[in-house]
Design a protein around this ligand. Structure first.
Ligand SMILES: CC(C)(COP(=O)(O)OP(=O)(O)OC[C@H]1O[C@@H](n2cnc3c(N)ncnc32)[C@H](O)[C@@H]1OP(=O)(O)O)[C@@H](O)C(=O)NCCC(=O)NCCS
Length: 190
């Protein structure tokens, strides 16, 4: 994995993670359109406005602002130049926390090849080595076994159940709280 210091581009063996601009808006729209049924059960609801070019052009501006302010790194994941997923470190808190949250998703057609483990591994290396964070947190739905497996392979530890932490299809759902400390990160797979 190689990284420039500002985090705008991370490179792994098979993938590029980029803080994308509006040049990726059309691809981001297409990615979310073809993966709506695949992604929506596990993440925030997707309003109809999300399926417009306007949304993704504005999103690129917000992503850029958050990155410049050091509040969040919302990478677009590219394989061979095409958008295949997203990885985000968000809710970065400094002061006495030095922590952030992790989110990710992959094109349904690209699953099962270890791509997300590879992409998240690169984001975690950036979080601990470059941003010098102490802790990365992630939550997953109790029944999201693929997401859990990615987190397990990267060394995350289950820390408890957060009751009714997120709403999906109108129903509040418990989520599993997972955490990884800088001292526990092995730089890749466990
Ligand atoms: C979760 C997700 C990102 C995984 O992407 P991926 O590239 O297929 O992940 P990887 O191949 O790196 O690893 C997936 C692991 O889960 C395992 N897995 C997949 N489906 C599984 C299931 N139903 N039950 C148990 N394990 C499962 C795979 O076998 C693999 O483990 P292995 O490498 O030990 O065999 C992808 O499935 C996705 O986008 N899901 C929808 C969005 C989502 O859930 N985001 C996370 C929200 S917390």
């Amino acid at each position: 994995m190689s990284a420039d210091r500002d985090g705008s581009q991370l490179k792994t063996e098979r993938l590029d993670l980029v803080i994308g601009g509006s040049e990726l808006a059309a691809q981001m729209l297409a990615y979310h359109t073809r993966n709506r049924a695949h992604l929506e059960p596990w993440g925030p609801p997707m309003p109809e406005s999300l399926f417009t070019m306007d949304w993704w052009e504005r999103s690129a501006e917000r992503v850029h602002e958050e990155w410049q302010a050091g509040r969040a790194y919302r990478w677009t994941v590219l394989e061979g130049g095409g958008v295949v997923g997203t990885v985000a470190l968000f809710g970065i808190r400094r002061l006495h926390w030095q922590s952030c949250e992790l989110g990710f998703g992959l094109d349904a057609a690209r699953q099962g090849r270890g791509l997300m483990t590879e992409a998240v591994g690169a984001a975690l290396a950036y979080a601990f080595d470059d941003l010098a964070l102490h802790r990365v947190s992630a939550t997953h739905r109790v029944d999201n076994l693929a997401s859990r497996r990615v987190l397990d392979r990267l060394g995350f530890v289950e820390e408890g159940i957060i009751r009714e932490h997120a709403i999906a299809h109108g129903e509040w759902r418990d989520q599993v709280s997972m955490g990884l400390l800088a001292t526990e990160f092995g730089g890749g797979l466990s």
